[in-house]
Design a protein around this ligand. Structure first.
Ligand code: ATP
Ligand code: MG
Length: 317
């Protein structure tokens, strides 16, 4: 059990209504200091509402939130100087350079982070320091947004969908920056609808759907508890493969790229399928057996796929 003093965030029975709409429905969780916590859920699940209540921007309808030991409704002023925020859909001054932007925000925060060049280096923008915001690509803009969130050397950093809309390469570059924050021991509260992001970065993932947290744990725990099976993928199959697998009692699923995926409970099932295919003379190019991922856990728990935007790494598979 984590001691109260080791907690960065404690949320108890948090509820938020917008008129008739119940956006956040009685959620509770705690985030330890130095932990990377991800709130994973589809559009409209209540992620931003939750983040913005914790970081003092919005007001809860009921419930309590303690941040760095302080009640967020009573100590807003003390709290904001110790946290950093990258809001969803962040944007900055078009014609101001990277360095000028950070110098400006640093002054705004009373210059608690004098090492602007170090900060620029931390987010890998050293060779862009003299470029105007408007000339940066989406990934670079987000990295500047992360640097702004770090300008006051905060203890807790809130990043609301830091990689949404980025192409896979830009997303990986942002992930590298976030892994750097993790190494520095910052507490990071991340929201995302990319399960790879949560799986790669987070110590704890809370899956949120329709305002409720429906599962919480480390990525490995979530997979272990909710998906006690393996996935066998057979590549470039012919029609006989599909039929043979179906005939011996499994439920093959044909994917867009002409592979089939089969859920198997035991390793012996893999043996059984492969020998049936051999007997039938069915052809496939390769195979792979893997554990399910968070996407499959989410599908199982909610019956719905996580939303992917078109710039993401492919649609829901
Ligand atoms: N200020 C507001 N007034 C009224 N309804 C709101 C307001 N902000 C959010 N909502 C609604 O509350 C629900 C949760 O919204 P929220 O923005 O917290 O979700 P989200 O998980 O961040 O979604 P997204 O992935 O699209 O950012 C949605 O149905 C949204 O339309
Ligand atoms: Mg949001």
């Amino acid at each position: 059990m984590t001691r109260e003093t080791e907690l960065a965030i404690k949320v108890e029975n948090l509820t938020k209504r917008y008129g008739e709409l119940l956006a956040v429905d009685d959620i509770s969780f705690a985030v330890g200091k130095g932990e990377v916590f991800a709130l994973l859920g589809p559009n409209g699940a209540g992620k931003s509402t939750t983040v913005e209540i914790i970081n003092t921007i919005r007001k809860a309808t009921s419930g309590s939130v303690t941040l760095l030991g302080m009640d967020v409704t009573k100590k807003k002023h003390e709290i904001v100087s110790r946290i950093g925020v990258l809001p969803q859909g962040f944007s900055s001054f078009e014609r101001i350079t990277v360095k000028e932007t950070l110098q400006y925000y640093s002054r705004l925060y009373c210059g608690n982070h004098p090492d602007i060049d170090g900060l620029i280096e931390l987010v890998n923008l050293t060779d862009k320091a003299k470029e105007q915001y408007k000339s940066l690509s989406g990934g670079l803009k987000q990295r500047l947004g992360i640097a702004i969130a770090l300008v006051n050397n905060p203890e807790v950093v809130f990043l609301d969908e830091p990689t949404t809309g980025l192409d896979p390469r830009a997303r990986h570059e942002v992930w590298q920056v976030l892994q750097g924050l993790k190494k520095e021991g910052k507490t990071v509260f991340l929201t995302t609808h990319y399960m790879e992001e949560a799986e790669l970065l987070a110590d704890t993932v809370a899956i949120i759907s329709k305002g409720k947290i429906i599962a919480m744990g480390s990525p490995a725990e979530l997979i272990e508890e909710n998906a006690k099976y393996q996935i066998l993928t057979l590549q470039s199959v012919d029609e006989i493969v599909f039929e043979t697998v179906r005939k011996i009692g499994f439920e093959p699923v044909l994917t867009d790229d002409k592979n089939i995926r089969i859920r198997v409970e035991h390793t012996e099932d893999v043996q059984k399928i492969l020998s049936a295919l051999k007997d039938a003379g069915a052809l496939y190019l390769g195979l792979d057996v893997r554990k399910p991922n968070l996407e499959e856990v989410f599908l199982k728990l909610t019956g719905e796929a996580l939303h992917y935007d078109t710039a993401g790494e492919g649609g829901a598979k």
